[in-house]
Design a protein around this ligand. Structure first.
Ligand code: SF4
Length: 245
């Protein structure tokens, strides 16, 4: 099936709703908010107290089509959920999240990559039959510096999941992980866009080395910067494109 997103580590993105509030330094230059300012997806703007915009019923049928195509091809397809929101945002009606879980359940040939900056709410938002984790759901958290790595990772790994992953993007400072024993995948990337903050080679190299030592698949997404196409995604003379087994 054709890839419908430019995000390097997934095949498709799906947004059950649009809108969010900033929670940490990694959100400072939120590209979803910038997109919303330009396209006005949300009715009253971005941020706390602003209603989230649920995407259309027609759009919600897209994953079902991807699932049918994946089943026919016999090839699992990755879906990043959500690039313009946060699934565990507490300003979203629980019924919307339940609808999302029901959709995910109907799509067993898709690997749903749910990435959040609010892992402290995952446990209380899971469906009652989550068990040891649904086989088609990967749970991830974003960590941009040491402080948020130390805070968020324990919440993430406390919840059972087929894959626990870290999106270390935008990497804003050096990070030393206390342990990667319960992490099955690490993505690293620099910030892109007009206000991109710099990322040092030494920060990326240290994380890659830590993943190598811990035998954790490492994916280097991008250097970022004002022109991310120009800076590319070569690290140590090669690309790093590993995925979880
Ligand atoms: S959590 Fe993600 S979507 Fe929400 S404001 Fe922060 S960067 Fe944007």
């Amino acid at each position: 099936m054709a890839k419908s997103t430019s995000i390097e580590w997934t095949d498709n993105s799906f947004n059950p709703w649009i809108g969010c509030s900033k929670v940490s330094e990694g959100c400072a230059n939120c590209y979803a908010e910038a997109g919303d300012n330009f396209r006005h997806w949300t009715p009253m703007g971005w941020g706390p107290g602003k209603p989230r915009h649920r995407t259309s019923a027609e759009y919600w049928k897209e994953p079902l089509k991807w699932n049918r195509a994946a089943a026919t091809a016999g090839i699992r397809t990755r879906v990043f959920c959500a690039s313009l929101a946060d699934v565990f945002d507490q300003e979203v009606a629980p019924a919307w999240r339940m609808d999302l879980w029901n959709l995910i359940r109907l799509c067993p040939y898709l690997d749903w990559q749910i990435l959040t900056k609010r892992p402290e709410f995952i446990a209380s938002c899971l469906p009652s039959n989550w068990g040891s984790g649904w086989s088609n759901v990967w749970l991830g958290t974003s960590v941009e510096n040491q402080r948020w790595a130390d805070k968020r990772i324990p919440h993430l790994i406390a919840v059972p999941a087929r894959v626990h992953f870290l999106s270390v993007e935008p990497l804003l400072d050096s990070i030393t992980f206390k342990s990667l024993d319960d992490i099955e995948w690490v993505i690293v990337g620099g910030e892109s866009g007009p206000r991109a903050r710099p990322m040092a080679l030494s920060w990326v190299s240290a994380i890659q080395a830590q993943c190598q030592t811990a035998n954790v698949p490492f994916f280097f997404k991008q250097w970022g910067g004002v022109n991310k196409k120009a800076t590319g995604r070569i690290l140590h003379g090669r690309t790093y494109n590993a995925f979880p087994p």
